[in-house]
Design a protein around this ligand. Structure first.
Ligand code: FAD
Length: 430
């Protein structure tokens, strides 16, 4: 079946950013076509832990997440379906005074916005989460934070958008964004050409490669993050919990999603070298939790980077759903850590494990808004490992940017140009 040929807005990507945007745009009465190369929620949006967190966000993101939290609370009614939303709070635990001091410093931002985040003592942490095998210096707790099922939520947005008339097309690669006279004119796709004066690119880990074809250089790197699910267990907690080495939440069916925390893998590619300067400070502060790999991947990446002989298209056909292998070492470490932390689950089984490629920007906040110098191209990407929780507000704000030309919250700090401005300033040129 041919795709609709002239929507008001064409969206690239069926993750939560694309699907939520499709929903809020359709709700405003715009004709929307969403193109997804694989399946809805096939990549990050279906592979994440499911935390919906205001806690420890970059100050820029806090007002967005407060508004987003309100959306989450009404989302099941809005989308007319169960997404396993539960507002059980999020707890970060600290094993040193230095970590506690970091939490205290962040609480200044929480106070500015009257967030309900607060410091807890080690004893209070043990009350919130009984049965832990060790003591903690303390923790940071936000009772209004929550969790939801990633696949159910993202699919719910896609289905609700479709009910409002949006066309949701899966298994369809967007090969190029067409332009003329400094403006977007449409897309070339596996289903043919689509004319559209507005294109929203929400292509997750593929965004920078797509933008490069337009001469736009977005510093964005991919890191692999590993998650496991345990067998089912009796109800333990409604909290989402971060220990220094791993994090977890209990799903409605009783199983636990356990993730390797900030410990991620990165395959060194051409962009690692090209954007080394932009990522240097992130690398210095978090390098300890990053496992770097140099191998076969580099040469394939070089080919894709040069976009020789349709290498990017070939990779998109091969990785219609980007499903990297989880790190066996991290699965083992997380499972052992979880069992040791909760002796009552000392023999809990591993049910399954997976990984996802997280798209990261140098300052670990997303890029929102219009692309510089190209009318009609809007970008929502670079969520840096915390974009599931931001999904609903992303959709609402992108719909406002596109339909009204002005978002209801300040997005200036998320502009595309900030990276080159900073590099320019460091060089003393701007
Ligand atoms: C293991 C893991 C744990 C995480 N935990 C959390 C968490 O607990 N809380 C949280 O808030 N966030 C978390 N995140 C981050 C969160 O999942 C992402 O930030 C968010 O899902 C990004 O959504 P997206 O729509 O931008 O991208 P994606 O979900 O990656 O969607 C992009 C889509 O675009 C499609 N696409 C790309 N190029 C093309 C093309 N050319 N044509 C057609 N389609 C294309 C892809 O196939 C993909 O489906 C986690 C991520 C991972 C991987």
């Amino acid at each position: 079946m041919a795709a609709r040929q002239r929507p008001d807005v064409a969206i690239i990507g069926g993750g939560i950013a694309g699907c939520a945007s499709a929903y809020y745009l359709a709700k405003k009465g715009l004709a929307v076509t969403l193109l997804e190369k694989g399946e809805i929620a096939g990549e990050q949006s279906g592979r994440n832990w499911g935390f919906v967190r205001q806690q420890l966000r970059d100050p820029l993101e806090i007002p967005l997440m407060i508004a987003c939290n309100r959306l989450w609370q009404g989302l099941e009614a809005e989308l007319e379906t169960d997404i396993e939303w539960r507002q059980g709070g999020i707890l970060h635990l600290a094993d040193t005074d230095a970590v506690m001091a970091k939490y205290e410093a962040w609480l200044e931002h929480a106070r500015t916005y009257q967030l309900d985040s607060r410091k807890v003592s080690g004893a209070e942490a043990a009350e919130l989460l009984p049965g832990m095998a060790r003591d903690w210096v303390g923790g940071l707790y936000t009772p209004s934070d929550g969790q939801a099922d990633p696949v159910k939520t993202t699919s719910a947005f896609a289905k609700a958008a479709a009910r409002l008339g949006a066309e949701i097309r899966t298994g369809c690669i967007v090969q190029g964004i067409e332009t003329a006279g400094g403006a977007v004119t449409g897309l070339s796709t596996e289903a043919g050409e689509i004319e559209a004066g507005t294109v929203l690119i929400a292509a997750g880990a593929w965004t920078s490669a797509m933008l490069r074809r337009l001469g736009l250089d977005l510093p964005q790197l991919g890191v692999r993050s590993t998650v496991l699910r345990t067998s089912r267990a009796p109800e333990k907690t409604a909290l989402g919990v971060w220990f220094p080495e791993f994090g977890f939440r209990q799903r409605r069916d009783g199983s636990f999603n356990v993730g390797a925390g900030a410990s991620v893998d990165h395959d060194i590619g051409v962009d690692t070298l090209r954007h080394a300067r932009a990522f240097w400070s992130a690398f210095r502060t978090q390098g300890g939790s990053l496992d770097l790999h140099l191998g076969r991947h580099f040469f394939e990446d070089l080919w894709v980077h040069l976009d020789r002989a349709g290498a990017l298209d070939r990779r998109m056909r091969r990785d219609r759903v980007l499903a990297p292998a989880p790190s066996a070492r991290k699965v083992r470490r997380c499972l052992d850590g979880f069992r040791a932390m909760f002796p009552e689950f000392g023999d809990i089984d591993l049910a399954t494990s997976w990984a996802g490629v997280i798209d990261v920007t140098p300052d670990e906040v997303p890029v929102f808004g219009e692309a510089p110098g190209l009318r009609g191209l809007v970008i929502a990407t670079g969520f840096s490992g915390h974009g599931f929780g931001m999904g609903p507000i992303t959709g609402q704000l992108m719909a406002e940017v596109i339909a009204e030309g002005k978002p209801s919250l300040d997005l200036a700090g998320f502009r595309f140009g900030r990276f080159s401005e900073r590099l320019g300033a460091r060089r003393g040129t701007g």
